[in-house]
Design a protein around this ligand. Sequence first.
Ligand code: G3I
Length: 373
Amino acid sequence: MSIKAPTRRDFLAGAAGAGVLGAATLSSLSAFATPASHRAPGGRAGLIPYGSAVRADALVTDVAYREAIVTNCDIIVAEGEMKWLDVHPERNAYRFEKADALVDFARQNGIEIRGHTLAWYGAMPAWTAAIDSRAEAEAELVVHIETVVSRYRGQIPSWDVVNEALVDWPEDATSLRPSIWTRWLGADYLPIALRTTAAVDPETRLVLNEYDVEFRGARFDARRKALVQLLRSLRDRDVPLHAVGLQSHLFADRALDREGLQSLLRDVASLELDVLITELDVIDDRLPGDIGERDGRVAGVARDYLETVCEVVRPKAILTWGLSDRYTWVPTYFKRHDGMPNRPLPFDADLEPKPLFDVIEEFRGKFASRWTR
Ligand code: G3I
């Protein structure tokens, strides 16, 4: 069934042409708003909300990018601006300028914003390496979460509280990725982080965000199994948790494990946890250079994936890890050998929609009538 609903682009055509989106500074980012009354919170009725990771600096400097985000996103998530490194660079100093700007920008434009992330091994400021006792680790983790989550209480309806808890090749749910938190708190850091977030903002949805659970092979089998065990162990201890975030960094040269992924999703559903697709992109470093062929293959990988997921669950949201190939983390780790730019995202570097965008649009609508609650 094809669903035709007005897009943000329809509403914005006039505003952008009239120069509403002009030069900006970080503090004035929120001033660049479209009429919020045009937007139902969380997206167009019945469709799976779509969104993207954003970069605050680019929203300030790049008008076309900002317009594309406002036009196309129901949800945004900070690509880095809410991580420890950014908001808590010194032990006794928080810096919220960029995170605040993103929250304001989202509110002014009627866009939802997700939080990312509160307990991760990555993007940690140097000072945390000096933590040297269990009591100190717990105090720092709790105070950080209380400070950040309370600042945005009521404004961030969903947090990636725990990010990438498992090692690359886990034996079981106890195979947690080493961090300052596991060093001093062991597996207790998970309930501490989740319970603290829930206590500070009882309305926000608590998400455990994980990657590399989509593919075929022994390592991915082990990751799916350990993830389900971890979710069960949290449930058995009454630790609050509402959803699993499937990061969904897909690799065009890795085979999707349809049965394995669907079995994971059935287990997640049986634990009464929601599913979000949080960081979708398709890593294209090993695909042929030809743009038409490459974009088609990327879209095909995403189609297979979304079909596999949506046969079992209706994702609460689909977010890509960036909107446009202009701003993507992918070349940092997966640069192409032919020197051509990567094309992992729904819009190209000129902000033109690609076949991947059509696939996402199709899935948002295709399952709307079937799954709408
Ligand atoms: O801001 C500095 C800039 O001043 C400096 O000139 C430049 C030089 O390298 O670095 C800039 O910081 C970089 C930052 O991204 C902003 O672009 C950091 O080096 C870089 O480490 C950081 O990488 C981010 C990474 O997480 C670590 O925080 C990526 O952008 C971001 O896409 C990536 O996101 C992760 C998710 O959080 C979790 N899942 C995987 C995903 C992709 O790796």
